[in-house]
Design a protein around this ligand. Sequence first.
Ligand SMILES: [Zn+2]
Length: 180
Amino acid sequence: MTIRKVSCQGCGASLEVSEDVRYVTCNYCDASLEIVHDTTVTHSLLLKKLERNTDRLIDEVTELRLARELELLDAAWQKFCKATFAVDSDGTVHEPSENESRGLAVIGIVVGVVICVAAAIGGSPFYILPGGALIALAAASFSRTPKLVTEYRKSKAVYQRRRQEVLDGMQACRSRRRVS
Ligand SMILES: [Zn+2]
């Protein structure tokens, strides 16, 4: 069996091919080549150039884009939490708890009622106004709480779903690169 030298039409590398081989893939650039054996000379025809390299590049770009989206997503969520809820000095977000907020509202109502009653008994009508305002505020936050918590949970679910999609996408890019 005769070995012929042929140069790859994809990258110019010199390849050794035996005479009975018709199709090869270049070891250097992954181009698919058809080997043409003439009576005097053997040469290669390019069938598919650099396809795998191109796929790899697309995956890398996609992964970068997803990594950027992940950053933006996390930043936006942090911003939303900071704007909406109490945040500790160490950055921990106090997620709204229905019972906690309602408990606070109930305490506000009780304190407001105590102030009003004390004002009525003590004959200082001046304190009935702030007492009443406290009751009104606490009552409003009591009825608003469930809606706020529901909104928060909905937003969090959307955020986490998208975050998982982005992570899955990045994982897919990485595992495709490992295979190729
Ligand atoms: Zn090549």
